[in-house]
Write a protein of this length. Structure first.
Length: 278
């Protein structure tokens, strides 16, 4: 059984696409959507809520600007008997390249506790052209100044085969992750961070507790940045490093907020892709 955890806010049109894609991609599995939404709730959004509830899902509505970690932990406390947790964002879509069976196969035939999907960018942004794969994961490293960075593996990184499924062990991954439920006996999401920095904080907690995982090359989800222009509330999707986030990282991880560093092969591949497109 799979519990899909979704946190959204008002004015996010991508939620409808995300929910429909979940129903399509997981139609052969015993799955349940757990949604945390925020006030105000529009008439169209209420229809999505009712659709989830009529399918046996769970919906709760909180105050505006609820920290994403608080929302996810609230959903965790309301789970039924699911043994897998699928953590995804409301601007993700599970299309024809998504393969939940590959992710389950890895977790059921290894000592790994979480498996992420690779991510394809839809809409220009995040440093890659629309349709391209984003760097999928890598290791947390310390700089000479003792600050944390997310180092991304090479585009041509090696992988292991688990029951014929390609898998790369990693400490940090993209944001769609299938997680064994028992992981949450010792790790929860941080409720002090609003949005920015919460994903790295969670993965650092997994590393701290010696919980191993990574990502598969045989499942790909879509990140729908192209839907940003359709926000009904006109709010920006961009988040900044807040003073609170910096204080948190300095106190908990003795570091500035985590920054990313990509292997040079990703720049080469993206340069060649743009050259070919021209």
């Amino acid at each position: 059984m799979i519990a899909i955890l979704l946190k959204t806010t008002s004015g996010r049109p991508s939620l409808g696409w995300a929910v429909e894609s979940i129903k399509y991609a997981l139609s052969d599995y015993n799955s349940c959507i757990y949604l945390y939404d925020e006030e105000p709730v529009s008439k169209d959004r209420r229809k999505i809520h009712n659709d989830i509830l009529s399918s046996g899902g769970f919906v709760t509505v909180g105050k505006k600007s609820t920290p994403v970690g608080l929302a996810r932990n609230t959903l965790l406390r309301n789970l039924s008997s699911e043994n897998y947790i699928l953590r995804m964002d409301d601007d993700f879509e599970l299309g024809g390249e998504f393969n939940i069976n590959a992710m389950i196969t890895i977790l059921e035939n290894s000592n790994y506790s979480f498996c992420a999907s690779s991510e394809r960018q839809i809409g220009h942004g995040k440093g890659v052209r629309s349709g391209a794969l984003r760097p999928s994961g890598g290791l947390f490293k310390k700089t000479r100044n003792n600050n944390l960075i997310k180092y991304f593996y090479s585009y041509f990184t090696s992988f292991e085969l688990i029951k014929g499924i390609r898998f790369v062990a990693a400490e940090h991954t993209r944001n769609l992750i299938l997680i064994k439920r028992e992981v949450f006996d010792c790790v929860k999401w941080n409720e002090d961070l609003m949005v920015e920095g919460e994903h790295s904080d969670f993965l650092l907690d997994l590393k701290k507790n010696h919980i191993m995982g990574g990502f598969t090359l045989d499942s790909v989800h879509y990140h729908r940045d192209d839907l940003a222009q359709f926000r009904s509330d006109g709010a920006s999707l961009k988040y900044t490093v807040t003073d609170l986030m910096e204080v948190h990282y300095r106190k908990k991880w003795k570091s500035l907020p985590v920054k990313s560093k990509y292997h040079k092969s990703w720049y080469l591949v993206e340069f060649l892709r743009r050259l070919i497109c021209k």
